[in-house]
Write a protein that binds this ligand. Sequence first.
Ligand SMILES: [Zn+2]
Length: 347
Amino acid sequence: VIPIPEDYIVQNLYQCVSHLTYNKHTKVYNGSCPFCKEGESWGKKTRFFYIPRKELAYCHNCGYSKKAFNFLLELTGKPFNIIINEIKSREYDDVPVIANKKPEVKVATPSLPDDCINLSDISQLKFYESNAIVKVCLDFIKSRRLNTAINKPKTMYLSLTDFTHKNRLIIPFYDLEGNIVFYQSRALLKSDSFKKEKYISKVGGEKSLAGIENVKSDTEHIFLLEGPIDSYFIKNGLAVVGIQEDSDRSFGEYQRNQLASLTSFTRIWCLDNQWSDLPAFKKTSTLVDQGEKVFIWPKELKKYKDFNDICIDQGKDEITQKFVLDNTFSGLTAKIKLIEIKNQNHE
Ligand SMILES: [Zn+2]
């Protein structure tokens, strides 16, 4: 039996279990059962639990009870060998050798991974200027235009030592007061992206809406995107992380509270390109069925994946709200647009 890293299980929980919350006191995860879907109570009850200490998943509704490994198999639907490979690949990290200096400047805060370097702090950057990973990270930020994006966060971080998040770009999620309440890390090195998920969420963290600290009430819209990086490129862009087909299932408890403070805004969903991304197409269709307003990618932008992709290619730091609103639809008009995409993609 191989040990299963907790962060691997947690990552899968966040991906597959809706309404997931974490209780810091009991150290137990709770959500809607991914197996029985809570029967008639779907969306109302959360009777599914995962207890890391016991490596046990169980549901009070259907009686599901499995240890971590079998639970992972059934939760993800991935074959045995794939799971084993994914777990094994997390046990070590072959990264370029980095200069063996003791850092002088550290940010010691439990809201971030270990020993985070503040990438907006000139003196910290100066200290690490010869570090290969820091260079890779700064190059990534620059080539993706994250340092100039219109709706970027105050800063981003990098850890060279954290067990799970080392050598990855740390993307902080702030609350309205500017405290970091959640984070995700994104792979920077090729070796890392083969071994770990491209994005890893904070273990034991409750996801919040990235970008909420930047929301301005001079316009009446907020824009909901899948990932933080794309949300940097539109004013009032918010990243949901893990958009489900059912809009309500996309939000965690904390996010729902945050949204409650934004009810004066009209929300527009901006998913990845429906011309090329089938899951995005399906999610958009379901959102339309639920009466939501959705951005539908115009045909002339068929070649782009997401907002960041357009900005990199066109050397821009902003996707304007006007452009998005001009291509936002709901109801029957949205359905017709989606049917056009479907038909033309099959021609
Ligand atoms: Zn169940």
